[in-house]
Write a protein that binds this ligand. Structure first.
Ligand code: NAD
Ligand code: G3P
Length: 342
């Protein structure tokens, strides 16, 4: 598409800033909305988000504002990059300014506390009638603004949403693949944060490469099993939003969730770790939501249960690891001719 759109990105944190920068560099009329006026003015003046992405100059054409109406009014595409705990609140705020044919896409990787809503469920509820979608993939904000090559997945049942997001976001450094399994892609992005905490914790206690490979593979099995029960397609987990993002987040301390796990593994208390982060680590809340849902639905998720018992039941990591290792021996791959699901 050569057509230039008006695009609004909501949320002036790491990812909102990175994604807005891509869209602006692609020549679209782009607004990045952040709630703090002083910070918006500073970022606009300096063409840099010094709090979240220091050292990276942003596209000169990017308009950074705290005026929500200015950002949303007459906008063709809205990308919502607000953490899951505040996502619904911001959707409600934009509703009066949205034009009827605007596309709204979530970039968040979390689950709403209490409701088990994914972010696109919230879009459906709060912005009924709008065309919606999600993006998710191996996408560290810091590497995106540094121009490192990567790719993401856009998922929507609406072909026009998929093609618009692909043409608006794709660039020489950022590819955008399509998927119709919106729930599966979204769940993949949320679930991998739990396993990143586990892998960070494993690294902190000295886990080697064998252990890392086992954890990654069994995490993938657990994610696919849960998504299958929730109505997603387990095969989605073989793509960029699944295994791609899982590998990324579980193997790098650029991940906030991995860093949370690492600090916990070194013995720091959870509340201290979370408050010291200064940015969102969705995995802690996602763990609580998924544990509750898996218990209610009878889904076997030993890694989720193990992490939950370390974080919220004060069990020793070594005891939980021993229990996991001595648990019932089970099948390797669940989708090739066995139906035991363990
Ligand atoms: N950082 C990444 O590399 C990355 C990549 C892909 C997806 N994500 C996902 O994107 C979402 C946002 O993550 P992030 O990394 O930008 O987080 P962040 O912690 O860097 O920033 C969050 C931003 O949201 C803003 N915010 C929070 N509540 C708000 C509200 N009520 N109204 C307006 N603004 C509000 C904060 O002020 C902050 O600017 C998360 O779900 C995350 O999992 C992050
Ligand atoms: O820093 P994290 O752990 O929130 O991960 C960021 C992105 O989701 C990576 O794709």
């Amino acid at each position: 598409m050569t057509n230039k759109l008006k695009v609004a990105v909501l949320g002036g944190g790491s990812f909102g800033t990175a994604i807005a920068n891509i869209v602006a560099l692609n020549g679209h009329h782009t607004y990045l909305w952040m709630r703090d006026t002083e910070n918006a003015e500073k970022c606009q003046r300096e063409h840099e988000n010094t709090r979240y992405l220091p050292g990276f100059k942003l596209a000169p054409s990017l308009q950074i504002t705290s005026d929500l109406e200015q950002a949303i009014n007459a906008t063709d595409l809205v990308l919502v990059s607000i953490p899951s705990h505040s996502f619904r609140e911001v959707c409600r705020q934009i509703k009066p300014y949205l034009k009827a044919d605007a596309i709204v896409v979530s970039t968040a990787k979390g689950i709403e506390p209490g409701t088990f809503n994914l972010m696109s469920d919230i879009l459906e509820e709060e912005l009924a009638g709008q065309a919606i979608g999600v993006i998710s993939g191996p996408n560290f904000a810091k590497e995106i603004v540094a121009g490192q090559h990567t790719a993401t997945v856009v998922a929507s049942e609406d072909e026009y949403v998929v093609s618009t997001v692909q043409s608006t976001l794709s660039s020489a450094t950022f590819r955008v693949y399509a998927n119709q399994d919106r729930g599966g892609v979204e769940l993949a992005g949320a679930l991998k944060n739990i396993y990143a905490i586990i892998c960070g914790m494993a690294a902190a206690i000295g886990a080697g490469k064998n252990t890392q490979a086992m954890l990654l593979t069994r995490s993938l099995a657990e994610m696919g099993r849960f998504a299958g029960v929730m109505g997603g397609n387990p095969m989605t987990f073989l793509g960029l939003a699944g295994v791609g993002d899982l590998i990324l987040t579980c193997t790098s301390d650029l991940s906030r969730n991995y860093r949370v796990g690492y600090s916990l593994g070194k013995g720091q208390p959870l509340d201290e770790v979370v408050s010291g982060l200064g940015q969102v680590a969705e995995g802690v809340n996602t763990l609580q939501q998924v544990k509750e849902k898996a218990d209610a639905m009878g889904v076997y998720m030993p890694l989720v249960s193990g992490l939950y018992s370390v974080l919220f039941e004060r069990r020793a990591i070594a005891d939980v690891v021993r229990e996991l290792m001595l648990g019932e021996q089970s099948n390797d791959v669940e989708y090739i001719g066995n139906s035991h699901g363990q």
